[in-house]
Design a protein around this ligand. Structure first.
Ligand SMILES: [Zn+2]
Ligand SMILES: [Zn+2]
Length: 342
């Protein structure tokens, strides 16, 4: 008889159902994770509200931490009982993997394979199967913070692709969870960092977490960023997706500056680049989504050693049976991360 487990599925727009699904089975290189915490990411929130298109029912959950409950016969890097974060796994042998750029691996994944008619990464459940190269030991770190290793890894990935280093300057547009994580990583990297947001409460939070400059959005935001940073910034991070933000983020760059397109926009909003200006000023644009495994390893280590404290960006924690309330909470008020504890 197939063993069953509880999972929280997005059954339709604004509709969460706690369902019984078959327990996942592990292959020789897989581990079975007993999920301890899962973050409700913007991606799942947008599918819940209908802002992003998806097939329902969808079983979300890709920001996870948990305990190893079982391992496949070829697994050697972890053992039963280990506390781990969950990142992407990759093939290890393709061109992207050999270059250490496994985000580009065609097998870079979070195990989007579930039985019983459900699609999705599957972390909003009691158990999840994952490839063993995608789990990372997190020591004694609190479960909810450990689950945020995945979004933290994306901010670390952005800082690395930008080449951010001591003495550089940056401005982050958007002070939600991802904006704050970007700001914290850039501060730890030795930058002077500004944060722009429309919401004063979020700006106060950014300041409390270390932002050097906070600026409220407004028609003269470009001038105010330039005034605060002696002419412009080396990097601007668009952690909120809109044409206006992208255009502002591009405009405030120093010569050789880089804009990071960190957020997607729904619906998509193109923005314009003046090629002569980019040519003459040697500026550039880089898109960032997800992370390489090395970024996830760094993120996990920062959390495991207490070098970063992510507790200020955790708003609320709900048991999996209250998943409907958790989704409502995450999407109804300007908030940071809401966590599910299966
Ligand atoms: Zn996420
Ligand atoms: Zn690969």
């Amino acid at each position: 008889m197939t063993q069953m487990m509880k999972a929280a599925a997005i059954a339709g727009i604004n509709k969460i159902e706690v369902v019984d699904v078959p327990m996942p089975e592990i292959g020789p290189r897989d581990v079975l994770l007993k999920i301890k915490s899962a973050g409700l990411c913007t991606w799942e929130q947008r599918i819940y509200t209908g802002q992003a298109k998806a097939e329902y029912p969808l079983l979300g959950g890709h920001e996870n931490a948990g305990e190893i409950a079982a391992i496949g016969e070829l697994v050697t890097n972890v053992k039963v009982g280990d506390r781990v974060t969950m990142g992407s796994s990759a093939c290890g042998t393709c061109r992207a993997c050999l270059r250490g750029e496994d985000k580009g691996c065609v097998e870079h994944f979070l195990n989007f394979s579930l039985k019983g008619g459900f699609y999705g990464p599957g972390g909003f459940a009691e158990y999840k199967v994952h490839r063993s190269d995608g789990v990372f030991n997190v020591g004694d770190a609190p479960w909810d913070q450990a689950a945020l290793a995945e979004p933290l890894s994306c901010a670390i990935h952005a800082a690395r692709l930008l080449g951010a280093q001591l003495g550089d300057t940056a401005v982050v547009f958007g002070a939600g969870t991802m904006g704050l994580l970007n700001m914290m990583v850039l501060k730890m990297s030795g930058l002077r960092v500004g944060v722009v947001d429309v919401n004063e409460g979020r700006l106060a939070k950014a300041k409390a977490l270390g932002a050097d400059v906070i600026l409220k959005s407004g028609p003269d935001i470009r001038e105010r960023v330039k005034a605060a940073f002696l002419g412009g910034v080396d990097y601007s991070i668009a952690a909120y997706g809109s044409e206006e933000v992208n255009q502002d983020a591009l405009d405030v760059l120093n010569a050789r500056g880089k804009i990071c397109l960190f957020a997607s926009a729904h619906p998509v909003t193109p923005f314009s680049i003046d090629p002569n200006l980019m040519h003459n000023r040697e500026t550039s644009a880089v898109g960032v989504v997800s992370a390489d495994r090395r970024d996830h390893a760094v993120a996990t280590n920062l959390i495991a050693t207490g070098q970063i404290d992510l507790s200020p960006i955790i708003d609320a924690t709900f048991p999996i049976l209250d998943a409907a309330e958790a989704f409502h909470r995450a999407t109804s008020a300007p908030s940071y991360r809401v966590m599910l504890n299966p």
